[in-house]
Design a protein around this ligand. Structure first.
Ligand code: ZN
Length: 339
């Protein structure tokens, strides 16, 4: 009961990449960089195990950014001539690569980190990938000419990599879809379909993470405009409840999401965000247990997994570590309290 996990990313050590940044530059290249990525992955596996987490991740130490880490392994994309594009419905501008030809995987995408992690932990292992809708929202297109066709093309590639990850021994494959909270009507029209295509045929646990973004300024400003009650989940959860995806990861603590919306996810495991990633203040285990208690009104005991609201990539390492500890300690309290 009340297994613990994290959304996915963890801060990169200073010797691997620039710190406190969402798009950090690597500190080395070639073989040296590969070694540093391996060391950082091992380090975070140990930290997660020591904190007491049940489902661990590679901390996304081998990718620069959660979307572009996947795109770099895809043929048909021009990274040399990036264009400026407003993403997440123009919440912020980003320099994005351009689709210029038919999409194809150059080879494996996350095998390196999945294999390292699998060889060094016996806990359940989760690997995350960007969802098709979020990818399409983070890239310009000069080839397919249609968003849905492009999303389905990416879904095929994601599926190819996901099946290979399953063979590598990964237990949970999670697709990150922050775009689901931005384009709600498109989610029900094709977003969930594209997601299911990405997860097609998988026998391991499948998950989708839908959040309101990292704790960066553009997101904090955007959240200010969303009003007192954030009801985006209300429009998309019914479609997700009907989908083949097994787990849904969502924001809860310090979020303006009405907690009763969680009951729209009947039949799904719910990864409840009990750790705020937009604040450096470390939650106490008591706070974590109380958030689990609140969520229990809407999520059955055997369906609730304690998680972070979002990734921790841009956070300070010591704070991220302390938050992981609080997460596990809080879930332990909750296990006793809500037995
Ligand atoms: Zn997130």
């Amino acid at each position: 009961m009340f297994e613990t996990t994290l959304a996915g990313s963890l801060p990169k050590p200073f010797w691997l990449a620039e710190t406190d940044k969402l798009w950090p530059a690597w500190k080395a290249s070639g073989a040296e960089l590969e070694k540093a990525k391996r060391d950082a992955t091992l380090l975070w596996l140990k930290e997660q195990e020591d904190a007491g987490l049940d489902i661990v991740t590679d901390g996304e130490q081998s990718r620069q950014h959660f979307v572009h880490g996947f795109l770099e392994a895809v043929e048909g994309i021009d990274f040399e001539h990036k264009v400026k594009m407003g993403i997440r419905d123009n919440r912020y501008d980003a320099m994005v690569p351009v689709v210029v030809g038919p999409l194809k995987l150059k080879g494996r995408v996350h095998q390196f980190e999945a294999k390292i992690a699998r060889a060094h932990t016996s806990r359940k292992l989760k690997i995350t990938m960007p969802g098709p809708m979020t990818i399409v929202d983070t890239i310009a297109d000069r080839h397919y000419g249609d968003k849905v066709t492009l999303a389905m093309a990416f879904a095929e590639l994601l599926n190819q990599e996901a099946r290979a990850l399953e063979k590598d021994g990964v237990d949970v494959i999670q697709f990150d879809e922050p775009a689901f909270n931005v384009y709600m009507s498109e989610v029900t029209k094709w977003g969930v379909k594209a997601l299911e295509r990405a997860a097609r045929g998988l026998k391991c646990t499948t998950a989708v993470h839908i959040c309101y973004g990292y704790g960066i300024k553009a997101n904090l400003d955007w959240k200010e405009t969303l009003g007192d009650e954030w009801r985006q989940y209300e429009q998309i959860f019914p479609a997700l409840a009907k989908s083949s995806i097994k787990q849904v990861s969502l924001e809860c603590i310090h979020s303006h999401v009405p907690p009763e919306l969680m009951q729209l996810l009947k039949g799904k495991d719910v990864l409840v965000g009990v750790i705020d990633v937009a604040s450096d203040k470390v939650e106490t285990p008591q706070e974590v247990a109380a958030t689990i208690g609140k969520a229990l009104k809407y999520v059955p005991k055997n369906r609730l997994i304690a998680c972070t609201n979002c990734g921790m990539a841009p956070m300070r390492r010591d704070i991220a570590r302390a938050k992981l500890k609080a997460l596990a300690a809080g879930a332990a309290i909750a296990r006793k309290r809500y037995r």
